[in-house]
Design a protein around this ligand. Structure first.
Ligand code: NDP
Length: 500
């Protein structure tokens, strides 16, 4: 039975926000780009222009870095106590929470994701992330170190954790608000100043966040927001000699460009990059939870998730049942614009991403893959793709080796566990992995053998600001979230003195 659509009435504040060109936030002021240029951001459900945004470029990055440098070196920010920094962050979280509906709608309009998901997940997680890191502001500590010198020499040795300085943060379009708060949280907690470049496709929630940053009372220049293109604004930020560190989330390809660009002053880098995560269902798994778990692992957020469970390996005896079950769920998911509250699968982010995902489907068919369900573009307006289950696939195919970043899962049978582990690990990536089994010893044995930053056992995709997250191999450098993320934004200084 068809479900009636239920389109959300756009909040008047959201209409007001998108109606006029949005500007850059530099040194506490909203300013036009030095070039005077703007660029459009689109509603991916319709392909129509949603808003115009100032297009930051090298000159604007120079201005923003100068503002961040001045705020770090000379501004009141350095003199705030950790508790005062934490209170400001908590206040920002409260302000975002009070306008949750506006953020959720703006995220849905700009990114395409279901507004229901933005209300339940993206924006509440962003609020929690700010609060989580607000709590850390008062807990950044060094330690005392016992030295093993000759007994007659006595020394006091200790470490200080010091703020790394000016940080450039470059984020992608799949979870714009979550990414912005995840990056800002630890940087602000330890006292860094920031130049944030949102993705060109989804700059709007970061810019609304910028308004609340000012309302919360952060000193001018502590957070600067420069929308623009990666090859211009992003590249200028990565090469800037006065930036001490770059934190990046995005593709492995661009991650490598950033490593090169950062060599000038040997910036510190943290990189959260792509994935092609194996999700493994053993025949002894609780199949009634493994099937929806496997479907959710790939179709959540239209498959535009770095840890998406895109390679599904199923033990022979359960293969047909799992393919059938995941396919049934896939074909039942309701595709539509994010602003319809009945939508479960929204559009992909852009025309470019649509072409990319459809190109992967074509390459799969050419190499012999078959679609058990889905398999093509949905409709002609907007950037929708049917949730797709590909079978007849093997580890040599492009669709199994490369990150598709869309609602496409490849399902492959296995019988031998050693062979399975070799295949699961046979990828340049190592971000996430899933294991579904009732055998607790096997679960932990496999978890230890998988070369991935996070392994989920009998669940998938559970993330929390407190749980470290990041990749092995070409999935990245460093661990975000959790206490480890503070290490990415601080330097350790050892201090040593004789005391006899
Ligand atoms: P990118 O890696 O290109 O974009 C991520 C961010 O990096 C954006 O802000 C982008 O700017 C910026 N950027 C691009 N080029 C440079 C550069 N030379 N220097 C500095 N910053 C730069 O991802 P795409 O948007 O192109 O998506 C392509 C593919 O990447 C996807 O299909 C998916 O496979 C993968 N991806 C992975 C993500 C993840 O979380 N692991 C997230 C997003 C994408 P701009 O907005 O101009 O592109």
């Amino acid at each position: 039975m068809a479900t009636a659509t239920q389109t959300v009435a756009v909040d008047p504040n959201v209409n007001h926000f998108v109606a006029k060109p949005r500007r850059l936030l530099i040194g506490g002021k909203w300013v036009d780009a030095a070039s005077g240029k703007t660029f459009p951001t689109y509603n991916p459900a319709t392909g129509e222009v949603l808003a115009h945004v100032a297009e930051g470029d090298k000159e604007d990055i120079d201005r923003a870095v100068a503002a961040a440098r001045a705020a770090f070196d000379r501004g009141p920010w350095r003199r705030l106590t950790p508790a005062e920094r934490g209170r400001l962050m908590w206040r920002l979280a409260d302000l975002v929470e009070a306008r949750l509906e506006e953020f959720a709608q703006l995220e849905s309009l700009d990114n395409g994701k279901p507004v229901v998901m933005a209300r339940l997940a993206d924006i509440p997680i962003s609020v929690d992330t700010l609060r989580y890191y607000a709590g850390w502001a008062t807990k950044v500590e060094g330690s005392t170190i016992p030295l093993s010198m000759q007994p007659e020499w006595k020394f006091l040795a200790y470490t200080l954790r010091e703020t790394i300085g000016v940080v450039g943060q470059i984020i992608p379009w799949n979870f714009p608000m979550v990414m912005a708060t995840l990056k800002l949280g630890p940087a602000l907690a330890v006292g860094c100043t920031v130049v944030l470049k949102p993705a060109e496709q989804t700059p709007l929630t970061a810019l609304l966040l910028g308004e609340l940053i000012q309302e919360a009372g952060f000193p001018d220049g502590v957070i600067n927001i420069i929308p623009g293109y990666g090859s211009t604004a992003g590249a200028a930020l990565c090469a800037h000699p006065l930036v001490d560190k770059i934190a990046f989330t995005g593709s492995t390809e661009v991650g490598k460009l950033i490593v090169h660009a950062a060599t000038g002053n040997l910036k510190k880098l943290s990189l959260e990059l792509g994935g092609k995560s194996p999700n493994i269902v053993f025949k002894d798994a609780e199949i009634d939870s493994a099937i929806p778990g496997a479907a959710n692992a790939i179709f959540f957020n239209q498959g535009e998730v770095c840890v998406a469970g895109s390679r599904l390996y199923v033990e022979d005896a359960q293969f047909d049942k799992v393919v059938d079950g995941v396919s049934k769920i896939a074909s039942s998911l309701r595709i539509g614009p994010g602003m319809d509250t009945t939508t479960q699968i929204g559009p992909l982010i852009s025309q470019e991403q649509l072409a990319r995902v459809c190109g992967y489907l074509e390459s799969g068919y050419t190499e012999g893959a078959k679609a058990a369900t889905g398999g093509k573009r949905h409709g002609e307006k907007g950037y929708f793709v049917e949730p797709t289950v590909l079978v007849n696939t093997n580890d040599k195919m492009k669709v199994v080796r490369e990150e598709i970043f869309g609602p496409v899962v490849t399902v492959m049978p296995f019988s031998d566990v050693d062979d399975l582990i070799a295949k699961a690990n046979n990828t340049p990536y190592g971000l996430g992995a899933g294991v579904w089994t009732r055998d607790i010893k096997k679960a932990h044995r496999i978890a230890a053998e998988l070369r991935a930053g996070t392994v989920w056992i009998n669940c998938y995709g559970v993330l929390d600001p407190a749980m470290p997250f990041g990749g092995y191999k070409q999935s990245g450098w460093g661990r975000e979230m959790g206490r480890q993320m503070l290490d990415l934004y601080t330097e350790t200084k050892s201090v040593c003195t004789p005391i006899t």
